[in-house]
Write a protein that binds this ligand. Structure first.
Ligand code: ATP
Length: 286
């Protein structure tokens, strides 16, 4: 399959901090999850791919265009949707006005066609009915949907979503999950999140990032399989487990190196994530 995004050797340092350290990747249509601890470099990678900040080293293309040149950057921006970690809403704008403003920035110059597109994306995220309402009057979940609608303006081939479900209640998160899955049909979505559940349920592929580098690239099932044979149940807390807690049934669920004869449990994506990071000396041990 041809790649929508192809990056090689992307690096970006802030003083002595290696926010991005020689990152190479290829992204194809579908939803790819990006997970990693705080400060791993996820937002920096997303900002670079969204052309908000240039890398200090390395190169990449989006849908065949190289953002290294001004012309290439314009072509990429026309084909890109970006939902940043903190969308800069003007609270007195209505949902329609905000998305229309973003559509103007995306150079949809013809007014009636642009307004049609704004209505289309607001309908797509289920906000058609409240498009005239001020953003400050909308719930957190609705605001995130306005931000998603803004990212979807112009039907971009590459969609970058930075922690879009943070702070949402479970119902809103499920609703948002549906929208992301829908957005990932036929287009390439890169989703940064701390919600491993979102990755398990949505993504065809997952990248684990820490210390500015990608340490795992595979399917969610392959990430879970990293913990095969390393999750077990016990009556008491296992002293050498990397993580362990008493579950609702009263037994302990442990992750790490089980003793001989331990009762092994099915690993989850989160277990695989923890052990992947631990392999690089980056996980917090219990
Ligand atoms: N503008 C900046 N100036 C200085 N350091 C920065 C800047 N932006 C990011 N960093 C540093 O770069 C590293 C990567 O940060 P980044 O925000 O990309 O991580 P993240 O994985 O998105 O974290 P989180 O999950 O907390 O959002 C961190 O050490 C951070 O402190």
């Amino acid at each position: 399959m041809t790649s929508t995004v192809s990056a090689s050797g992307l690096s970006l340092h802030y003083g002595g901090t290696r926010a991005l350290d020689e990152v190479s990747l290829r992204l194809t249509p579908g939803v790819t999850g990006l997970i990693g601890p705080n400060g791993a470099g996820k937002t920096t990678l997303l900002r670079v791919l969204a052309t908000a900040v240039p890398p200090q080293r390395g190169e990449f293309t989006v849908l065949g265009h190289d953002p290294g040149s001004l012309r290439g950057r314009q072509e990429v921006r026309r084909r890109l949707g970006y939902l940043p970690q903190t969308p800069g809403f003007h609270p007195d704008f209505t949902a329609f006005e905000f998305v229309d403003y973003v559509a103007i920035l995306k150079e949809l110059n013809q007014r009636s066609a642009r307004h049609g597109e704004v209505r289309r994306v607001l309908d797509e995220v289920g906000l058609g009915e409240v498009r005239g309402r001020k953003i400050k009057k909308l719930s957190g979940g609705m605001r995130q949907r306005v931000a998603l609608a803004a990212a979807l303006v112009g039907d971009p081939g590459f969609l970058v979503l930075d922690e879009p479900t943070v702070g949402l209640d479970p119902e809103q998160r499920m609703r948002f999950r549906e929208l992301i899955a829908q957005a990932g049909e036929g287009r390439t979505v890169l989703l940064s999140t701390h919600q491993t559940e979102d990755v398990a349920m949505l993504c065809h592929r997952v990248l684990v990032m820490a210390g500015g580098r990608i340490h795992f690239d595979g399917t969610p099932a392959e990430l879970a399989a990293q913990a095969a044979g390393r999750v077990w149940s016990s009556a008491e807390r296992a002293p050498h487990a990397k993580a362990g807690w008493r579950t609702g049934t009263g037994t302990f669920r442990n992750v790490g190196d089980p003793p001989p004869g331990a009762e092994l449990l099915e690993p989850t994506l989160e277990d695989g994530y923890l052990l992947t990071l631990d392999g690089y000396g980056m996980a917090v041990t219990a």
